[in-house]
Design a protein around this ligand. Structure first.
Ligand SMILES: Cc1ncc(C[n+]2csc(CCOP(=O)(O)OP(=O)(O)O)c2C)c(N)n1
Ligand SMILES: [Mg+2]
Length: 743
């Protein structure tokens, strides 16, 4: 255990009682434990005072949770094991080597706060050097990431080639490493076990026998809601006891020695590779939920006094005295030392400089790899089609046909996986066949995705690189996030855009925020492929929706939406090689469309983000669109030219965040008329922002109002007659264009 400095004078006196074993903890370690526990409590007390003096802006205490934290600190190794600790883990974080000064820097919101640079509340731990991964405020969103982190440890161990760095892509900036017996620690409160993501995490940890320790710090309350309301039967240990492959512990988490014994067994089980551990620690919460909560409103005095009798700080103090490890003088001396150090830390922290507003936009995206740069603009290299000898009947063999978007996405994944062993593909049904023996014995052909986009990848790269996940979208994104934090490049699939919503917490509050909230101490670049869109005749409302603007509204997330096979290949490669999280939207209707097919552009073809494509140049009217509306708009534009001689400039945005303002502006300045068209419902849709910007920035250049053509403000219906009426068709686009041209 790395802990704060130890004064030799405070070392355990007399060797006489050395023989006595405290579950293997030395007398010095017990003193060290008290030091981190007491320091933790005093930092809390001091922060509470500073908050009352309005010198800091928020406070979250770890009071009552110190003993289990200190005990965990003895079993786990900073910078070796990995940590996803929740906000009450101050004692653990101190035990691992963070300092009160560093904690106070976060409380005052200092520029030098190593956890977030003044961006997150205090007790939102992140210490890169200690492998303490940036934590957030949503209860439980860390758990699936911790599972992904543990999966990554196993994968990295089995794939030494992942250490290759490869210049010119994300790998240059993400060194990977793992330890043969490392474990991942994740903690949470009793109330948080009610979150679905908790159960998704246990499921995968058990199934994959992952080296991860779940620590539940059960203080019997979640703000004002008692444990029996959160948890059926009131005891989480009982509920989870059926999960296979787990080692279970239930312990008095206010007793450091019992906690240590439990944590020691739990850690040993994980380190030995037997599977995950579950430690249920009963603790107390003496300081209400937070400073904005007064627990006397819902907890009677008697109950609170019962808790107070178990206070881990006083218990540990008494224990040290009783065992003759420290006398009263020794305790006072230690406490005085802690106080003095803390006072110095407070004085320094109060002097620390706040961040300046010009830094706000730093680290929304990678500062190292710019996917809009020329580095990502390469030329396609189409394989030479060699003339084959004429067949026996004298007929010429036909040249190979251009490929569909589905085929080119598959080929791109294949080539990238060949190039980069850090790529892992998982999702629902993406494997060829989970029961691999069927594949080996050639009993079945394999599935490879409901749209067959990942077909053959498992056969080519193995079941630990391409595998099926449970139907748990939050788990797909959360696990991917944890893996990416370790330097892997998950390219995961959400089967239908309509089912992305269980992953929304991960997609909004976690994945795209990790870099910004940790001030670039951590990042999680990965790719989420999603089948999206309608025009399916029969897809109905749960297989046809769009909704891309919900994701372009998220800073830190790149959003890509190709309209043809060649762009899909080039953009997917950019998505994989870049250093940001990317939502890669694939239109189902375009997967096998005749429109936009192409030969494979070779293993290095890339299209930069933020560069639109002028599908057709024109002089009279600009049409801005993307995705499946591109071919429909093309049809309408051709008719407009045929019937009215109007020349439309058709722009395919290709990427929605970032988007290509320069191309838009240049075109509108030339044509002076603009239509924005999109498949999503009209109001608040993606094109609304484009239209607003044009109206704002290009007003002097406009000869007509900015118009939009989009879907009706309703869901996509099953009956094709209704679907046709709901979604924008070539006829609607033609009408919109004609009106504008004639305005
Ligand atoms: C997803 C989510 N919902 C609600 C909250 C507000 N909230 C913060 S802490 C908390 C209670 C957590 O209780 P528990 O897991 O028992 O942890 P404790 O604070 O008791 O240690 C709630 C409801 C939140 N942060 N995140
Ligand atoms: Mg609780």
């Amino acid at each position: 255990m790395a802990t704060t400095k130890t004064d030799p004078k405070l070392s355990a006196h007399a060797d006489d009682k050395k023989s006595k074993s405290y579950e293997g903890l030395s007398r010095q370690q017990l003193i060290d434990a008290y030091r981190s526990m007491y320091t933790s409590r005093r930092v809390d007390d001091r922060e509470i005072l500073l908050k009352r003096q309005q010198k800091i802006f928020f406070q979250i205490s770890g009071a009552g949770h110190e003993a289990i934290g200190a005990a965990a600190g003895f079993c786990l190794k900073p910078g070796y094991d990995w940590f996803y600790p929740y906000y009450r883990d101050r004692a653990l974080v101190l035990a691992l080597g963070a300092t009160p000064y560093e904690m106070l820097l976060q409380a005052v919101g200092a520029a030098d706060d190593p956890s977030s640079g003044g961006r997150q509340m205090p007790s939102h731990w992140a210490y890169n050097r200690l492998n303490i991964v940036t934590q957030s405020s949503p209860t439980g969103s860390q758990i699936l990431q911790a599972v992904g982190c543990a999966e990554a440890a196993v994968y990295l161990r089995n794939h030494p080639n992942t250490a290759q760095t490869g210049s010119g892509d994300y790998r240059e900036f993400h060194k990977v490493s793992s330890q043969s017996d490392e474990v991942t620690y994740v903690s949470l409160g009793d109330g948080t076990t009610s979150e679905g993501e908790f159960w998704e995490a246990l499921n995968t940890a058990a199934n994959k026998k992952l080296p991860i320790i779940f620590v539940i710090e059960d203080n019997e309350y979640a703000i004002s809601v008692p444990v029996e309301v959160q948890t059926a039967g009131g005891n989480i240990s009982r509920l989870v006891s059926g999960f296979p492959n787990f080692h279970f512990e239930e312990v008095d988490g206010t007793d450091p020695i019992a906690s240590y014994a439990a944590m020691k067994r739990a850690t040993a089980y994980c380190r030995a590779g037997h599977g995950p551990s579950f430690v249920h620690a009963h603790v107390i919460r003496p300081y209400s939920h937070s400073l904005s909560d007064d627990e006397r409103l819902y907890r009677p005095d008697a109950e609170r006094q019962q808790d107070a009798a178990r206070d881990p700080i006083t218990r540990m103090q008494m224990f040290l005295i009783r065992e003759g490890i420290l006398d009263e003088k020794g305790i006072n001396k230690l406490e005085k030392q802690v106080e003095d150090e803390l006072q110095a830390a407070v004085d320094r922290a109060l002097e620390a400089k706040p961040p300046t507003p010009d830094t706000i936009t730093q680290y929304i995206y990678s500062p190292d790899v710019d996917p809009t740069s020329a580095q990502f603009e390469t030329q396609p290299v189409f394989a030479q089609v060699t003339e084959a000898a004429p067949a026996a009947d004298g007929k010429k063999p036909s040249a190979p046909l251009p490929k569909t978007m589905a085929e080119l996405i598959n080929s791109t994944l294949r080539d990238e996986m060949k190039r980069d062993e850090r790529i892992i593909v998982f999702g629902e049904d993406v494997a060829d066949v989970s029961r691999e023996e069927y594949l080996k014995k050639k009993l079945v052909k394999g599935k490879g995705g409901v749209f067959k986009l990942t077909a053959g990848l498992q056969a080519a790269f193995g079941g630990d690189r391409v595998f099926n996940s449970p139907i748990a979208e939050a788990a797909i994104v959360g696990r991917a996030t944890g893996m990416a934090t370790r330097g892997l490049k998950p390219v995961v699939e959400i089967q239908f855009f309509d089912y992305i919503w269980p992953a929304m917490m991960q997609l909004r509050d976690e994945l795209p925020v990790i870099r910004w909230r940790s001030n670039n101490a951590f990042s999680s670049p990965c790719v989420i492929r999603v089948a999206i869109g309608g025009y399916l005749t029969g897809g109905a409302l749960y297989h046809s929706q769009c909704g891309e603007s919900i994701f372009t509204h998220i800073p830190g997330l790149r959003v890509v939406f190709p309209s043809n096979a060649l762009d899909a290949a080039g953009l997917l490669r950019t998505a994989i090689r870049c250093d940001d999280p990317v939502l890669f939207l694939e239109h189902k209707r375009l997967y096998r469309e005749t429109y936009g097919r192409s030969h494979y552009p070779g293993p290095d073809y890339m299209v930069p983000f933020g560069k639109a494509k002028i599908v057709q140049p024109g002089t009279d009217l600009t049409v801005i669109t993307y995705g499946a509306v591109v071919p429909r708009a093309m049809q309408a534009a051709q008719r407009l030219e045929r019937e009215l001689g109007v020349k439309v400039e058709l722009i395919d945005l290709r990427t929605l965040n970032p988007f290509d303002w320069e191309t838009i502006a240049a075109s509108v300045e030339k044509t002076n008329r603009v239509l924005v068209a999109y498949e999503d419902s009209l109001s608040w849709g993606y094109g609304a922002e484009i239209a607003a910007r044009i109206a704002d920035k290009l007003f002097p250049h406009l000869d007509a109002p900015v118009r939009r053509v989009a879907a009706m403000d309703v869901y996509v219906a099953y009956q094709p007659i209704l679907e046709d009426a709901i979604l924008p068709q070539a006829n609607d686009l033609f009408r919109g264009m004609k009106e504008l041209a004639e305005y």
